[in-house]
Design a binder for this molecule. Sequence first.
Ligand SMILES: CC(C)(COP(=O)(O)OP(=O)(O)OC[C@H]1O[C@@H](n2cnc3c(N)ncnc32)[C@H](O)[C@@H]1OP(=O)(O)O)[C@@H](O)C(=O)NCCC(=O)NCCS
Length: 141
Amino acid sequence: MNNGDITFHTRKWVRPEDLNANGTLFGGSLLRWIDEEAAIYAIVQLGNGMAVTKYMSEINFVSSAVKGDLIEMGLTATHFGRTSLTMRAEVRNMFTRKSILTIEKIVFVNLGSDGNPAAHGYDCITYDRDRLPMHLKEVDQ
Ligand SMILES: CC(C)(COP(=O)(O)OP(=O)(O)OC[C@H]1O[C@@H](n2cnc3c(N)ncnc32)[C@H](O)[C@@H]1OP(=O)(O)O)[C@@H](O)C(=O)NCCC(=O)NCCS
């Protein structure tokens, strides 16, 4: 399954603390943001707060960003395995629409309460919030 349609959800403002010695966006900051974005995507898709990063394929830093740029991050699920979810990621510059980074495969594994891989039971993308693991959050009324 791969519809190729990436929805760009999260936006970031490139600030001085996100820069490398060259004065452009530090790759480590970008990867931290992407990993968090992928974790949230996996939790929403798999309905489980215990999903962990297993694998990232080649990371292609296509172009850079500079201080003050606005960037947007997008992910889409490309494969639902038995215990895993594979995603494709892209980050682009909101001003120029130029691609900054692509990652063809980010694999998250769904864990059970024992910390071992567990079947998640899903085979398609949800565009809703119907799988949110609400039991993880105590709601005070
Ligand atoms: C996640 C973890 C529990 C998986 O353990 P494992 O022994 O590899 O589990 P399995 O072999 O049963 O594989 C689980 C799933 O991952 C997939 N997988 C395993 N290695 C993979 C790899 N190198 N690339 C892509 N997918 C992989 C398997 O295909 C399987 O998917 P499926 O059930 O949908 O077919 C274990 O590797 C781990 O704890 N890793 C550390 C995770 C972590 O801490 N991440 C945070 C970043 S440091």
